[in-house]
Ligand binder design. Sequence first.
Ligand SMILES: Cc1ncc(COP(=O)(O)O)c(C=O)c1O
Length: 387
Amino acid sequence: MTTNATTHVMKVTQRPAVMMVEGRGSWLRDEDGKRYLDFVQGWAVNCLGHAHPAMLEALSSQAARLINCSPSYYNVPMARLATLVAESSGLHDVFFCNSGAEANEGAIKLVRKWGGRHRGGAYEIVTTHGAFHGRTLATMSASGKPAFEPLFEPKVPGFVKVPLNDLDALAAAITDRTVAVMLEPIQGEAGVFPAHDDYLRAVRDLARARGVLLILDEIQTGVGRTGLLYGFEHVGIRPDILTLGKGLGGGVPLAALVASKAASCFEAGDQGGTFGGNALMTAVGCAVMQTVNQPGFLAAVRDTSAYLAQRLGALAASHGHGAVRGRGLLLALALTRGDAAAVAEHAFDRGLIVNAPRPDTLRFMPALTVTHDEVDEMLKLLEPCLP
Ligand SMILES: Cc1ncc(COP(=O)(O)O)c(C=O)c1O
């Protein structure tokens, strides 16, 4: 790769010196022709893999018809996708935006507005240690990622943090100032730490009993990632507010803030954004949702998940490593020794993309369409990299 080519790209993350040029299904290819089996998929974004035909068809046909008429007007894919999301989630109002952080920022604003109207000006949101809600100032302030703590002070006030899966701590943290509880069903960026099923049910009950709203951040877990359309379906609850991103656009910038009728209190002018709900991105969102909702799609995700978990578990046992965590195709393998970042780097050199969210954890978030053969291939590439 000519290093000159990247001179002017702002260095906000460490990137290997390769230039990616093409993606198909579970595979990426760089400009030198080297192929990579992609078990990160744009950070759990490309839920249908690279270059899925349904997305390509939506992109080309919608681009030829209408890309952006501005959010001042309704457009057909925007209305269709809002209906698909509202009906499938059991919630009511959908606001489209461009990133997960923007959806969560919207959720924070929405509950603050609701608190002003319905809870005597309450504005605090209880979130969890280890949570990741985005990289805007408010969503970094809401996050419980230790590395964020010293950055960009002063933080946005109004976030109280408790340990995940500790109901007593949560109950104690809810006061008259509290307006909402905000949680990921599985803490993905922290290293795939699930909120326990009983805990999630109890949090739902607690929020209702104490008169505060429940926001579920399903930016990583939503749209089939856990084997059901939404993570909350595994435990039979429904949040008051749901945020979606990543998989909703299957790789294009699309996210959504979804609210129950009772929680939805924005008035004209409170929220917006130039690109929000544009016809091109929402047409892709419709294609993604229709594909994920096809009969058998989610059952296949659950089947592949069971296969991947079982194969990872066997590999871990034979190398003396730890347990497999997670649900659906958001799985992690605990390493009992060695450095996961070094394993991921070695894997990359061999043509496998996996993620190391912590020194003791490898994370796997392949396309929801990944095949058993590709799982086998992944394990073949990974095994020699394990300490
Ligand atoms: C749970 C969760 N919330 C929010 C975000 C932020 O999304 P985005 O990077 O699209 O702003 C992420 C991204 O990793 C996420 O995993």
